[in-house]
Design a protein around this ligand. Structure first.
Ligand SMILES: *Cc1c(COP(=O)(O)O)cnc(C)c1O
Length: 397
């Protein structure tokens, strides 16, 4: 019986250019973003300019984590204490965590079997909560119909903040994910599309929002050292009206991210080659249902999901066990107890408990697998074959 020997959590190394630049930063000792000599431009400042350009955004702030990016975007939007914030129920725990940290109350919206936010439930919850803002997580890289979503939000006067932790590099109808709302948040944590261990980015075209975010991130009165920022006059009140909630990025991280940004589009193609091979193998397996990827969605296939709709909980557990025996690690967001990164809404007990029957059903049938770029195309063919074998074996038992 064939088994897979690769590691699901292993990443590719940092590009040589980034390692060299990081060594220069270390030799200089100037790791802090505002520690510059003469007319030096810091690595963080350069990263912000380059990322704003990549996104086609006017402004960008680099910060400590993706979670911090979401929190500072929400507070800079002007969230009131205990104000409701809409978000999708199927997401990762830092998303409701950021809402809580910003003083808001998460209002969870159902997720469909296409793994995107349910627009009719969203409409109802806009009505019932009176919320002014949706923090939309493009969870596992699945983009909802962005045209329909934006139309609905506009009609209801609700602002959009995008969590693009899984869609950095993706587009909808040719438009960058992260360019649809008031602001967008990204993570550069190790398991995302560019890797600095920890890190986050906020982009927006709104001069006041970014000015607040820059002050809040801990710029002291050094905001004029931000190039991807509005003119100094915008800061005149904002610099005094906002607290310093330190969450800066440092030059070492920015130095290793800049070269990765240059290869992000190539890496998207490499991820998608791998995704499509596994998708193809699973599309021939009776009992496995894959989400349909709309032609206008240019996704980044850094992970894959499929549903085993006809299987019982016991059967799904057996599939996971059999795959693991053959070296393939599947994650299940449907497990009653949270494990690894797969917690779900009913284990977030700090918030008001909410009934989400559609999401619960979808998650109970869904399996999830990360696709690291270190996997070769042959690895992906083998993985697809193993998963298919295991599903078929359980079905026929
Ligand atoms: C990782 C992740 C985040 C937050 O990223 P951190 O940098 O780890 O704080 C936010 N949303 C989603 C969907 C994520 O997967």
């Amino acid at each position: 019986m064939k088994t897979f020997k690769g590691h699901f959590t292993q990443q590719e190394s940092i590009p040589e250019e980034g390692i060299q630049r990081a060594i220069e930063v270390l030799r200089s000792g100037r790791l802090h973003r505002y520690n510059v000599i003469e007319d030096e431009v810091s690595e963080v400042n350069l990263l912000e300019t380059e990322f704003a350009k990549y996104q086609g955004a006017k402004f960008c702030l680099a910060c400590a984590s993706g979670g911090y990016a979401m929190q500072v975007a929400l507070t800079s939007f002007g969230l009131d204490h205990q104000e409701p914030v809409l978000t999708n129920a199927f997401t990762l725990s830092p998303v409701p965590g950021a809402i809580d940290n910003a003083g808001g109350k998460p209002v969870l919206v159902e997720t469909t079997d296409q793994l995107v936010i349910d627009l009719s439930d969203l409409e109802q919850k806009i009505e019932s909560s009176g919320s002014r803002v949706l923090l939309l997580s493009h969870m596992r890289g699945h983009l909802v119909d962005m045209d329909q979503l934006c139309q609905l939000l506009e009609k209801k006067g609700v602002q959009l903040i995008e969590d693009c932790a899984h869609t950095m590099g993706a587009t909808w109808n040719g438009r960058m994910s992260g360019s649809f709302g008031l602001a967008a948040c990204f993570s550069t944590q190790t398991y995302k599309h560019i890797n600095s261990g920890e890190g986050g980015l906020v982009t927006t075209d709104d001069p006041e929002l970014i000015a607040r975010a820059i002050i809040r991130s801990g710029s002291y009165m050094l905001y004029d050292r931000h190039d991807a920022a509005p003119e100094a006059s915008i800061f005149s009140d904002i610099r005094l009206d906002n607290p310093n909630c330190s969450g800066r990025m440092d030059n070492l991280r920015a130095a290793i991210l800049r070269p990765q940004l240059k290869i992000l589009d190539d890496n998207r193609k490499r991820w998608n080659e791998r995704y499509r091979l596994i998708e193809k193998a699973l599309s021939n397996v009776t009992g496995a249902t894959l989400p349909i990827r709309p032609p206008v969605e240019e996704y980044v296939g850094s992970s894959i999901q499929f549903l085993l709709n006809d299987m019982t909980e016991e059967q799904i557990k057996s599939v996971i066990r059999k795959c693991l025996d053959r070296g393939v690690e599947l994650k299940w967001f449907g497990a009653p107890e949270p494990a690894g990164y797969t917690s779900r809404h009913n284990s977030w007990r700090y918030m008001e408990s909410q009934a989400l029957p559609i999401t619960d059903l979808v998650l109970s049938k869904m399996l999830d697998m990360r696709i690291p770029l270190i996997f070769s195309l042959d690895d992906c063919r083998l993985i697809g074959e193993i998963i298919g074998d295991c599903i078929s074996e359980i079905r026929l038992n």
